[in-house]
Design a protein around this ligand. Structure first.
Ligand SMILES: NC(=O)c1ccc[n+]([C@@H]2O[C@H](COP(=O)([O-])OP(=O)(O)OC[C@H]3O[C@@H](n4cnc5c(N)ncnc54)[C@H](OP(=O)(O)O)[C@@H]3O)[C@@H](O)[C@H]2O)c1
Length: 249
């Protein structure tokens, strides 16, 4: 029996990268995982990878509240409540203070902050006793990388929400924690690397990591699985770094 046998999980942004690695991990240990993302083809491919018995795809944008309602309607229809929410989907692109437009700010905060807030708020009626909510922040929440200010501020908001929501939900025996990945090898990293004035290479990213390499999505999935499980039963409102030492040394 896997440690998530009989459990139900939601992973937003579960079609690629960290979200997909986590959905694979949770399903491999017995959970049924609802994954969401905007591209149907990517979600369908992810369900094939996870194994159709272990996953359900619901196409949707987390910044659209009607899409979130459809996601949770699908979870509700399964009739087993919800044990794990990994609020992972986010948007990242470079813009300096001078370059930042209203559209860039609204898009980044609309997905990363507003979308994450309503992802968790709309899950509340379904969350079972002992549920675990994990929010995906970033090491960037704690530093000042040029041209990444709006993304960093959105991720700092996520880290902050983890503290407040942990306090508000603890009496329902629901734990909320955050994770802060460093530089992780995902399609999202490749995309963001191309949005600045000069493309950033993997070796440039790796140079800033004490372990001398960027991380693998499975290394993040391991920590999400830990936070989702009873193994982390005394961890509440925390922020676990998965960064090869980038924000530590
Ligand atoms: N990779 C890193 O180095 C790193 C470091 C720190 C933190 N993070 C965080 O880790 C999370 C995942 O990033 P990743 O690197 O794994 O990126 P990724 O490979 O690009 O995956 C992003 C996932 O989110 C989905 N998504 C994006 N916008 C969405 C929206 N508005 N609504 C619903 N789904 C959406 C994408 O699917 P669609 O495009 O089809 O919607 C995809 O499934 C993000 O929160 C990111 O900020 C990443």
């Amino acid at each position: 029996m896997g440690q998530f046998e009989g459990k139900t999980a939601v992973v937003t942004g579960g079609s690629t990268g960290i979200g997909l690695a986590t959905a694979i991990r949770l399903a491999a240990e017995g959970a049924h995982v609802f994954i969401t993302g905007r591209r149907k083809a990517a979600l369908d491919a992810a369900v094939e990878t996870i194994g159709p018995a272990g996953a359900t795809a619901v196409v949707g944008d987390i910044s659209d509240l009607t899409d979130l309602d459809r996601l949770y309607d699908a979870v509700r229809a399964r009739g087993r409540g919800l044990d794990v929410v990994f609020a992972n989907a986010a948007s990242a692109s470079f813009a300096t203070l001078e370059q930042t437009t209203e559209q860039h700010f609204d898009q980044t905060f609309g997905v990363n902050v507003r979308g994450t807030l309503f992802t968790v708020q709309k899950a509340l009626p379904l969350l079972n006793d002992g549920a675990s909510v994990i929010l995906n922040s970033s090491v960037r929440a704690g530093d000042g990388v040029a041209a990444f200010g709006t993304y960093a501020a959105s991720k700092a908001a996520i880290r902050s929400y983890a503290r407040t929501w942990a306090n508000e939900l603890k009496d329902r025996n629901i734990r909320v924690n955050a994770i802060s990945p460093g530089t992780i090898d995902t399609p999202g990293l490749d995309a963001v690397a191309d949005t600045g004035d000069a493309p950033v290479t993997t070796s440039q990213f790796a140079a800033g990591v004490p372990l001398g390499r960027i991380g693998h999505p499975d290394e993040v999935a391991n920590v999400v699985a830990f936070l989702a499980s009873e193994q982390s039963s005394f961890i509440l409102g925390a922020n676990l770094y998965i960064d090869g030492g980038e924000a530590q040394l």
